[in-house]
Design a protein around this ligand. Sequence first.
Ligand code: C2E
Ligand code: MG
Ligand code: MG
Length: 674
Amino acid sequence: MWSKAMSELEHLIQWVEHARHAVAVYQYVDGKVKTVCVSDGLFEMMHSPDELDKAALIARYATNMYRNTVPEDAARVASEAKRFAQQGGRYEVIYREKVYQRETYSLTHSVGFHYYLEDGTRVAIVVYTCIDEAVSEHQLAEQKSENALRNFLDHSNIAIAIVSQADGELLYCNRPMQRALKPINNFDTGMTLPVYVKGCEDPTMLNYLADIEGRGNQLAHIGGTDAVLRVTAMEWEEQAVYVIESDPWDTLYHNALTGLPNMSWFRYRVSECMRRIRESGGEAVFIYINLYGMRGYNSKFGFSAGDRILKRLAKTLKQVFDGDLICHLSEDHFMVLTQNDNLEGRLSTARNEIRKAAQGKFLAFKAGIYLDPVMAADDQEQYISEAYDRARLACATIKKNGRKAWAYFDGKVADAYEHQLYILDHFQQAMDERWIEVYYQPVYRVDTRQLVGYECLARWRDPESGLISPADFIPILEQHHLIGLLDEYILDTVCRETAARQEKGLGDIPVSFNISRDDFNYGDVFQKVCDTTAKYGVAPHLINIEITESAFSDEPDYIGQQVKRFRKVGFSVWMDDFGSEYSSLGTLQKMDVDLIKLDTRFLQACEEEEKSGGHRAADLLKAVIQLVKALGLSTLCEGVETEAQMALLREYGCEKAQGYFLGRPQPLKKIKII
Ligand code: C2E
Ligand code: MG
Ligand code: MG
């Protein structure tokens, strides 16, 4: 049975390998997507100059699948891929990425489905189309013979019409175009476009087409519908004609779930909408809407319940922002361009609707507002992405559990935005030029005060702004899915420094380093850790892996499997920041880790309470330490700042401690006892 399945898979691989279309076959193994093979077409489209064969492309996919994707699209694609892998159904996304030998981003459309081999093994087959190229490949100018052209017109799913330049006669209109134009008459040769569809005035129509000609894709209002048109002037059957192409995929501009326009459509429409708002004397406003808690809602009540909420939100937005430009960006993110008029009243209405729909379950409507945008005529692309980012950033300032439901983009947010841009723009340079350094913070045994390890923490020593702490760059890297690159860099540095330390005979003190939840989305972290430690000859018992508590509670099964893999080959795994999120004792019990790091806030709470003479926080700390020990796990308390706190930990039986009282994070060369 197995060998039959193998041969069936091999057969599939053989078939895909040499396809001219861009196709890939994936398999979902151990909670990760593994690339089984890529076609010649996909290799040609996606490899980079340094990737000489398919194996190199597949290796990159394993470590960083979305390197060439626009960061704001990468998150959406990753989450759709995950949904597809876990729940099946159809996979379909459109996103921007850099294809081989193109400097600018191209639009890619990918569609996938699952295929079951005879033994039940499931593979996913995904077909990619570079939309820009597909359109230009079909450029009608390349069609040499008349028959080939007619044949192409008849069979194309791109909507195409041909109009005489001399008198506007509609010479040809293929089926997709007939559907798209919603004609008032049946198509027949000899009629003009205005006779065929309502809403085209001759002779303006010809001027209009001439105007669009040569400007690439343009948004047009034709036959009562909005469409994206491309017009080419050419000769056909010995006459000068305009060939009008409309967009090939209806779905290209709409979200399949809510039917709302997507970001591409938003981009097309934005300048026209702003002009309309201004002409009516109004002030344009960008609003970014995010439903907080959607992920938890989905996992508690199921995706169909989540989908119902999203549909309800879409419907509500259509009512509240009637006639405005509304788009569904991805998942639970929406964008609205409207007029500054009773803004908060309208947002309140939308928020109340969502509250009702969620029936008190934790799901919060949050909105970021960017007011009074003034469009610079010359750089529309830049402007839209800035407006989008600003509204989004304003939204990101709203606390998860706070009562506030909206926030405006202001000076403070602007500074944060500038900072974010700086970090993103300089991140690669910061690694290349080693501005990012590893600091080591000592870990001691509480009872004997013996040094038992170091935690490795990243520091960015910037030539312009001085020392930047992780709190000011790690969340940005996480949000933009770049944290994996940082962690690879830190791991490499730590292993190199550990090997050098050992060479000098400076003792076998283990180091721990942090990995973020997001690292697991972009490749096989376990494999990377194994490879890097092996490269420098660092033994696994010298490396502890810290994974935050939130990662465990998000996906206990998957993270649990990864923990097992690490532990099996001798790495210790520590659960970091325990007590900083909504911990579940169940998670604690299920997770097979070696040690629990109690978050700084336990000691902070004790400190604060002491002022008022209370003792509940101290009791809690004691109970948690006992509980963790009862489960057979080691305890480490973070954030020890005083002798008194150290004494408390000794009394409660905590095994290890870390904090400013014992030693601040410092560069390796400043640490004496190693
Ligand atoms: P963490 O892993 O919980 O690291 C402990 C943090 O507590 C460090 O902050 C450390 O400087 C700070 N700390 C240590 N002792 C004390 C104390 O006595 N009092 C107080 N108030 N704080 C103390 P840091 O270095 O700013 O790092 C913050 C977080 O950033 C880390 O929390 C970790 O989650 C993340 N991080 C740092 N470096 C990396 C990295 O290389 N990769 C990843 N993925 N995350 C990192
Ligand atoms: Mg840590
Ligand atoms: Mg911690």
